[in-house]
Design a protein around this ligand. Structure first.
Ligand SMILES: NC(=O)c1ccc[n+]([C@@H]2O[C@H](COP(=O)([O-])OP(=O)(O)OC[C@H]3O[C@@H](n4cnc5c(N)ncnc54)[C@H](OP(=O)(O)O)[C@@H]3O)[C@@H](O)[C@H]2O)c1
Length: 263
């Protein structure tokens, strides 16, 4: 077995690691930032809304964790690269990254989506993770030499998605990018995976339900576990994939969907 414990300085799943989490101000990303810190990581949180980021960082610090934030717009290459550089500036290295941020789309048939919305969804959900992975891989290479990245896809990437067609298309493209990156960077011991959440109780889901009432109830009726996930249930899967316990896992899209896809 190769050296899997060189950054493991404690009992937590992510002890000794420096983690970047995008979309960390709320929802799944905020749950992940809190969890990663509890599991021993030093965490840099990134998104656009400073008040949300500050609140999560203060919570983490009040519990003894180590966290900072950087305001970042995933739609802008320079902003993404600055966020990754900030992790190295603050903590001296980058070991793992959770590319979780994304934007939804107004629900409806694809011919009703405007071109500007199409471009925005693609910029944030596909170009954003591409930019982030490129910068993260360079930072991992330059510092910790090996690492792991998890991208947040969606169970909606694996099936037709008539209510959110362009969102679903960006997530399917992200699965492809994840697989390609896993093949390219595996020889450097950088593992790259995705999580594909199902129905998860966050602002994004509630917004969809507000615009299309009954959506959550309908999705739950198609889910063997019969309920939506709490954000931390998705974060737990990401934490494991980023940890050394998943040392032989790369190139996979791990469904965290209450069995929805299997049904
Ligand atoms: N909730 C679900 O049911 C569900 C299901 C499948 C997949 N997902 C995926 O799970 C991930 C997290 O979503 P969530 O449900 O936790 O949604 P959320 O509560 O709306 O959180 C989204 C996060 O992404 C950030 N974000 C959005 N646009 C951004 C941009 N341009 N630049 C930087 N950050 C940006 C948001 O912060 P700012 O707005 O402040 O930037 C926020 O922190 C997403 O990839 C989503 O597609 C969610």
């Amino acid at each position: 077995m190769n050296d899997m414990t060189s950054t493991d300085s404690g009992a937590g799943l992510l002890s000794g690691k420096v983690a970047l989490v995008t979309g960390a101000g709320r929802g799944i990303g905020a749950a992940a930032a809190r969890l990663f810190a509890r599991e021993g990581a030093r965490v840099l949180l990134a998104s656009r809304t400073e008040t949300e980021l500050r609140g999560v960082v203060e919570d983490i610090r009040s519990l003894g964790g180590v966290a900072d934030y950087v305001v970042c717009d995933l739609g802008e290459g320079g902003s993404v690269r600055e966020a990754v550089a900030a992790a190295v500036d603050l903590y001296g290295r980058l070991d793992v990254a959770f590319n979780n941020a994304a934007t939804g789309q107004p629900p409806g048939p694809m011919d009703e989506l405007g071109e500007d919305d199409f471009d925005q969804v693609c910029a944030v959900n596909l170009k954003g993770p591409w930019l982030a992975m490129n910068a993260e891989i360079a930072a991992i290479r330059a510092t910790s030499k090996r690492g792991a990245i998890v991208n947040t896809s969606s169970v909606g990437s694996l099936m037709a998605n008539p209510d959110l067609p362009v969102y679903g298309a960006t997530k399917r493209a992200l699965n492809s990018l994840t697989a390609s990156a896993a093949v390219t960077y595996g020889p450097e011991n950088i593992r790259i995976n995705a999580v594909a959440p199902g129905t998860t109780l966050t602002e994004m889901l509630r917004e969809w339900d507000d615009r299309s009432p009954g959506t959550i109830a309908h999705l739950n009726s198609q889910t063997p576990l019969g309920r939506a996930a709490e954000p931390e249930e998705v974060a737990q899967a990401a934490a494991w994939l980023l940890s050394d316990r998943a040392s032989y896992v790369t190139g996979t899209v791990l469904r965290v969907d209450g069995g929805m896809w299997a049904a």
